[in-house]
Design a protein around this ligand. Structure first.
Ligand SMILES: *Cc1c(COP(=O)(O)O)cnc(C)c1O
Length: 383
């Protein structure tokens, strides 16, 4: 059975609407968002979906996260607490601003930051907390925001995998921290190839992020540069395609929730697995925890049956990545002189032994789900 893939047309929602959007931009003659209308319109539409005062489009999710770190304004050498189970796009912006990532351990049930572990690492140099809603499961950001407020820190929410994820109480993931970050990269819920958005209710932070994304150029002040910045602008082509995709987002998430509920129901009584909690989940992937440590064997069994499943998600948790032993700028290790990342035993066990991920897609049918369930039960019956 062929599983729809986010790398192919059968697993994407790209159609006539996106073709028309790209054509509209090309025929207009204006492909740059400084003078065009599409990126500004996308910002209004995303701000409306999220109920946020500001949305700032940019070239990637990593760029959006870099903007969020700029907004948090660490001094060189300040620390930002984050999770070791995420895309490197969460962590690279910390280094780009000469700040130091501090890895806190995760909750073994879903791989999201454990607020107690975060609390234990807050020190005099801590400037911000970057939480990730991993695989689409809502992280405990209400607790993290309380912690951040208590210590005067900025909370950043990385929602690259969690479009329309809902928090307990009903708010959307991304609206509890001072800044929320979204990605439109090829493998996310909706895509324009690459693209990112930062959302915030804070006028000051929004201004700082917008300035940084446009070379520090305050367009109202003539050809005058107010602050350090880069060119992180989204193009009109990206924005127009993203607008067409945004209109399809509720359907994408609803379809993923429907088939995920079917798999949860089918696996309800399967021994040796901990199923994800469905509340608020956006189902970027379908993660399963195998507490006995046989996720690699189960992943191999599923893959052999043609199911897109893998163990661990990462080759190693980011606290054990080779990058922490390498030079950062030229031959210099700054700002990592004397740096050694913390051990994160729960994250390490998840990545090494207990975490299984199954690719998820809005175009899965009941037959796809039933095959996954059947093969998982077959593996358990044998082992
Ligand atoms: C994809 C992703 C990013 C980076 O986004 P890009 O658009 O690929 O730069 C950051 N964080 C998480 C959790 C992601 O999944």
């Amino acid at each position: 059975m062929k599983f729809p893939s986010m790398a192919e047309a059968d697993g994407r929602t790209l159609g006539d609407e996106e073709v028309a959007a790209a054509e509209r931009v090309i025929r207009s003659g204006m492909l740059n968002s400084v003078w065009g209308t599409e990126a500004r319109a996308l910002e209004r539409e995303i701000a409306q979906v999220y109920g946020s005062r500001h949305a700032i489009t940019c070239s990637s999710g990593t760029a959006a996260l870099h903007l969020s770190v700029v907004a948090a304004a660490p001094d060189p050498g300040d620390e930002i607490i984050t999770t070791p189970i995420t895309d490197f796009g969460t962590v690279a912006p910390i280094l780009a601003q000469n700040a130091v990532p501090v890895f806190a351990d995760v909750d073994a049930s879903d791989g999201n930051l454990d607020p107690a572990a975060v609390a234990g690492l807050i020190g005099p140099r801590t400037k911000a907390i970057m939480a990730v809603h991993l695989f689409g499961a809502p992280a405990r950001v209400h607790e993290l925001r309380a912690l951040a407020d208590e210590h005067g820190l900025v909370l950043i929410e990385d929602c690259a995998q969690a479009w329309l994820a809902e928090l307990p109480g009903g708010r959307l993931a991304g609206t509890v921290g001072q800044v929320g970050c979204l990605s439109l990269q090829q493998w996310k819920h909706i895509t324009c190839g690459d693209g990112g958005v930062a959302i915030t209710d804070d006028d000051g932070l929004a201004g700082r992020m917008r300035l940084f994304s446009d070379k520090g150029w305050d367009r109202a002040a003539g050809r005058s540069h107010a602050a350090f910045g880069l060119n992180y602008r989204m193009t009109e082509l990206q924005a127009a395609v993203a607008r067409a995709q945004l209109a399809k987002l509720p359907g994408v998430v609803a379809a993923r929730r429907r088939t995920a509920a079917r798999l949860l129901e089918a696996l309800r009584d399967l021994p040796g697995v901990r199923l994800p909690r469905p509340e608020g989940h956006a189902w970027w992937l379908f993660p399963v925890v195998c507490p006995d440590g046989d996720a690699p064997e189960l992943a191999a069994h599923l893959a052999a049956a043609g199911i897109p499943a893998r163990a661990g998600y990462l080759a190693e948790p980011l606290n054990r990545a080779p990058v922490w032993e390498a030079a950062v700028y030229g031959a210099s290790r700054y700002p990592l002189d004397g740096y050694a990342p913390n051990a994160c035993p729960e994250a390490e066990r998840l990545v090494d032994r207990t975490l299984l991920i199954i690719d998820w897609n809005e175009n899965y049918t009941g037959d796809h789900v039933d095959l996954i369930a059947q093969e998982m039960m077959k593996f358990r019956a044998r082992s």
